[in-house]
Write a protein that binds this ligand. Structure first.
Ligand code: FBP
Ligand code: MG
Ligand code: MG
Length: 335
């Protein structure tokens, strides 16, 4: 029988090998993984645990919250607030930042999360997930402020997601490639099942919500139209389409077999740069995709280079197989 490496052992060995994971960061990542395990359990319980359906509340984005959005948010806060590794947290589901209460020791890291990604898929038993990003608090001495979070994605020290699907898989980067851990429910631990997946540079599979087609900008229309023309069109090959409507699941497929994912700006709400959130979705996913050899842009610039101006900033997202992302980005630049 293969002897599997646990998440704990993996992190300890990484800490020894290249010092990329200081002890505090290792503790933080283990606690996030533990929280994901609890969320996975709640997801698995479904109707038996009374976690399906909507809550009677809206989040700061004006979206109706699902019960599981709130449960996952609480699990992540309760797991992380007492450990002494964090200064504060920020979440898609909370209006402002959540500084670690004074009764607990303060740490040097900032944790950001989308506690439950793919909310519209909760009740229909389709894969959903948790996405997280870790930054360092810029100035160790003074009290934490909201502006401390406004760092470009290139400053992340760790990022990951946990997908709750047929298997529960934790995907992690600390800037030295990507590692995948599968939850062994019998042992109750995450075990290393893949290291350094590589996203093929070319693909014949795209993911976009086609129902928004009439609202798209010209470069996106052009790209998808060329894909749809298949072998007879300018691309000279047929394309397949997938849209799960859970970013975690669409990104996980791309990590596994390549593809391009797009949630571009469109004319439905022209004042917003996009639907997805820079700090909780695009930055962590963009970094993971880059670490696996792919690319992530907003159509004009690298996602990780964007200087955020607000916590809940939205962004247009184009990520996945490098050559396709380059093509869509070139179309936006008029090339
Ligand atoms: O319903 P749409 O417009 O296809 O949007 C789907 C997208 O919205 C999201 O569900 C947004 O995330 P939340 O569920 O965290 O709000 C993405 O995961 C997904 O890619
Ligand atoms: Mg989301
Ligand atoms: Mg969410």
């Amino acid at each position: 029988m293969t002897k599997r490496i646990s998440l704990t052992r993996y992190l300890v060995e990484q800490q020894r090998a290249d010092g990329l994971i200081p002890a505090q960061l290792r503790l933080l990542l283990e606690i996030v993984a533990r929280a994901c395990k609890s969320i996975s359990h709640a997801v698995n319980q479904g109707a038996l645990g009374g976690v399906l359906g909507s809550a009677a509340s809206e989040n700061v984005q004006g979206e109706i919250q699902k019960k599981l959005d709130i449960i996952a948010n609480e699990v992540l806060i309760e797991a992380n607030e007492w450990g002494g590794h964090l200064a504060a947290m920020a979440s898609e589901e909370m209006a402002g930042i959540y500084p670690v209460p004074n009764r607990y020791p303060q740490g040097e890291y900032l944790l950001l999360f989308d506690p439950l990604d793919g909310s519209s898929n909760i009740d229909v038993n389709v894969s959903i997930g948790t996405i997280f990003s870790v930054l360092r608090k810029p100035d160790g001495a003074r009290d934490v402020a909201g502006s401390d979070f406004l760092q470009p994605g290139s400053q992340q020290v760790a990022a990951g997601y946990c997908i709750y699907g047929p298997q529960t898989t934790l995907v992690l980067t600390v800037g030295a490639g990507v590692a995948l851990f599968t939850l062994d429910r019998e042992q109750g631990s995450f075990l290393l099942t893949q290291e350094n997946p590589r996203i093929p540079e070319d693909t014949q599979e795209f993911a976009i919500n086609m129902s928004n087609q009439r609202h798209w900008d010209a470069p996106v229309k052009r790209y998808i139209d060329e894909c749809l023309q298949g072998r007879e069109g300018p691309r000279g090959k047929d394309f397949n389409m997938r849209w799960i409507a859970s970013m975690v699941a669409d990104v996980h497929r791309i990590l596994t077999r390549g593809g391009i994912f797009m949630y571009p700006w469109d004319r439905r709400e022209p004042e917003k740069p996009g639907k997805l959130r820079l700090m909780y979705e695009a930055n962590p996913m963009g970094w993971i995709v880059e670490q696996a050899g792919g690319a992530a842009t907003n159509g004009r610039q690298r996602i990780l280079d964007i200087q955020p101006t607000q916590l809940h900033e939205r962004v247009s997202v184009i990520l996945g197989s490098k050559n396709e992302v380059q093509r869509v980005t070139d179309y936006h630049r008029g090339l």
